[in-house]
Design a protein around this ligand. Structure first.
Ligand SMILES: Cc1cc2nc3c(=O)[nH]c(=O)nc-3n(C[C@H](O)[C@H](O)[C@H](O)COP(=O)(O)OP(=O)(O)OC[C@H]3O[C@@H](n4cnc5c(N)ncnc54)[C@H](O)[C@@H]3O)c2cc1C
Length: 417
C-alpha cells in the first residue's frame, strides 16, 4: 500500500493521477479470526488499528453492517476537547487528546486535526466558580485551561451577545488545545492503517447472532456467514442495545437521536469552538466555511437517524441567545445520529459476563473526541485481558457497586446528560 507524502501528490499530479490505489482491500471473510470487532465506526476501527500497531495482533476482522464510517463517526460535529472534571474521566480524555496530537503522523493520513481552542461560556458567578474548579482539574492532568473574564473574552470573541438580558455572558473557560477534526477522515485513516497491517475490514457484514454455549462466546453469525473468534468486541455505538440483546444482555443505555446542522459557507468568523453555558448549544466553523452546530438530544428513545422539529427550534434559540448574527445565515443541511446514552453520561470499556465477549459503548454525544483513547484502551483490554489504567472506571457493574461517574451531576437519567 502506498505511503502518502507531498512528493507523492506532486508526482501523481504530474503523471495524470493514474497511480492512486484503493485505500483498503475488500477481502472475503475467513472462517475464523483471533479477534472479531463488531462495528466499523471510529471506535471499532481505532481498536483494530491499535491491536495491530501497539499489540502486534493482526489476525483481526472488523465487521460492519453498512459501509465503513456510515454511523456516528461520519455524522458528528467534529469537536475534540479534554475539559473534564472527574478523576475517572479526565486522564482518559487527556490521553485521547495526546493521541489526536500525533495521529496524522502515526497513521499517515490527513485528518485535519485543528486545535483552534474551545470556549465554554459562563453566565453566573456560581458557574464561574464551577468552571474554575474544572479548569484546575484540567491543569492538574496537563490538559491546560484558562479562566477568561468578560474583558478577555470580548477581545477574543467580540461578536457574542454579552448583554443578553436573560443569559448575560460573564466569561469563559478556555482550552486552547480543543478544536475540531475532519470526522470521516478519522474513520478512513484508521481503516487504512489497520488494513495495511493485515486486519480484514468486512463491509456489508451485519452481525445477526452470537454463538454462546456454557457462558462462552466462540463466534458470530453474520449476513456473510458464520465467523469463529477467540474474542469478540462489540463497538456498535447507537446500536449497542440491539446488538448486545442478541447475546441476551441488557445494558444501562438508552438510544436517542442527536441532530447536527450546517449553514451555507461563510467567510471565517468563528475561529474555534464555542459552547453556551445556560442551554445546550455548541458551534464551530468548518474549513469550507459552514457554521457547524448542534444542541440537545431528542428527548424520546429512537433508532431513527433523523430528529424532530422541537429540538431544531431549541437549538436555534440557544444559538440566537449567544450569537444573534446566526439568524442571518441560511441553513444548508441537517441530519441525525443515534446516541448510546448511558445513565451517568460516561462510557463502558469492559468484559461482559459472557467469556470472550467484550463491550465498548455508552459514548453519549461525546464519543468522537474519545475515539483514539477508546480504541487504544479497548485494544489493551482485548490483548492483555485487563483494563488500561485510564479506563479502569468504565466498568459495566459500576451502578450495582454505587460507583457511577456522573460528570454532569445530573443523576441517573440518560436524557439529562
Ligand atoms: C449529530 C452528532 C453530533 C456529534 N458531535 C460530537 C462532537 O462534536 N464531539 C464528540 O466527541 N462526539 C460527538 N458525537 C458523538 C460521536 O459521534 C459518537 O459518540 C461516536 O462516533 C460513537 O462511536 P463510533 O464512531 O464507533 O460509532 P459509529 O460510527 O456509529 O459506529 C458503530 C458502527 O456499528 C455498526 N453496526 C451496528 N450494528 C451492527 C451489526 N449488527 N453488525 C455490524 N455492524 C453494526 C454501525 O453501522 C456503525 O457503523 C456526535 C454524534 C452525532 C450523531
Amino acid at each position: 500500500m502506498m505511503t502518502y507524502s507531498a512528493f507523492h501528490i506532486l508526482w501523481q499530479g504530474l503523471t495524470g493521477n493514474k497511480g492512486w490505489t484503493p485505500v483498503w482491500r475488500e477481502p472475503e471473510p475467513k472462517p475464523a479470526y483471533d479477534i472479531v470487532i463488531v462495528g466499523g465506526g471510529g471506535h471499532g476501527l481505532a481498536t483494530a488499528y491499535y491491536l495491530a500497531t501497539e499489540f502486534g495482533l493482526t489476525n483481526v476482522a472488523v465487521l460492519e453492517k453498512g459501509w465503513l464510517g456510515s454511523g456516528n463517526v461520519g455524522r458528528n460535529t467534529t469537536i475534540i476537547r479534554s475539559n473534564y472534571l472527574l478523576p475517572g474521566n479526565q486522564p482518559f480524555y487527556e490521553l485521547s487528546m495526546t493521541l489526536w496530537e500525533g495521529l496524522e503522523q502515526s497513521f499517515n493520513y490527513n485528518a485535519m486535526v485543528s486545535q483552534r481552542g474551545i470556549l465554554n461560556l459562563y453566565h453566573s458567578d456560581a458557574q464561574r466558580d464551577a468552571f474554575a474548579r474544572r479548569g484546575n482539574a484540567m491543569r492538574m492532568t496537563g490538559a491546560g485551561g484558562e479562566l477568561l473574564d468578560q474583558a478577555a473574552l470580548r477581545r477574543m470573541a467580540p461578536y457574542l451577545d454579552f448583554d443578553n438580558a436573560r443569559f448575560p455572558i460573564k466569561g469563559a473557560l478556555y482550552q486552547p488545545r480543543g478544536g475540531t477534526v475532519r470526522h470521516d477522515a478519522v474513520a478512513w485513516g484508521y481503516a487504512r492503517g489497520a488494513d495495511r497491517r493485515g486486519v480484514d475490514l468486512l463491509q456489508n457484514c451485519e452481525v445477526t447472532g452470537f454463538d454462546i454455549a456454557g457462558g462462552i462466546c466462540t463466534g458470530v453469525q453474520t449476513t456473510r456467514g458464520p465467523i469463529k473468534a477467540k474474542k469478540i468486541a462489540v463497538c456498535a455505538a447507537g446500536s449497542s442495545g440491539r446488538v448486545m440483546s442478541l447475546a441476551g444482555l441488557r445494558l444501562p443505555i438508552e438510544s436517542h437521536v442527536l441532530q447536527a446542522f450546517v449553514s451555507e459557507g461563510l467567510k471565517p468568523v468563528i475561529p474555534g469552538v464555542i459552547t453556551f453555558g445556560a442551554g445546550h448549544f455548541y458551534i464551530s466553523q468548518s474549513d469550507k466555511g459552514g457554521l457547524v452546530f448542534g444542541g440537545d438530544i431528542d428527548g424520546y428513545n429512537s433508532y431513527a437517524q433523523r430528529g424532530g422539529l422541537p429540538v431544531v427550534e431549541d437549538v436555534c434559540e440557544g444559538g440566537m441567545a449567544i450569537l444573534p448574527m446566526l439568524g442571518r445565515a441560511r441553513l444548508l443541511r441537517m441530519w441525525g445520529g443515534v446516541m448510546d446514552m448511558s445513565m451517568d453520561g460516561s462510557p463502558f470499556i469492559d468484559k461482559t459476563d459472557v467469556d470472550g465477549l467484550y463491550f465498548n459503548g455508552g459514548w453519549c454525544y461525546g464519543g468522537f473526541k474519545a475515539t483514539p483513547a477508546s480504541g487504544y484502551c479497548t485494544a489493551h483490554l482485548l490483548a492483555r485481558d485487563e483494563p488500561h489504567p485510564v479506563a479502569a472506571a468504565y466498568r459495566l457493574d459500576r451502578f450495582r457497586r454505587g460507583a457511577p461517574i456522573d460528570e454532569k451531576g445530573a443523576g441517573a437519567q440518560a436524557n439529562l446528560h
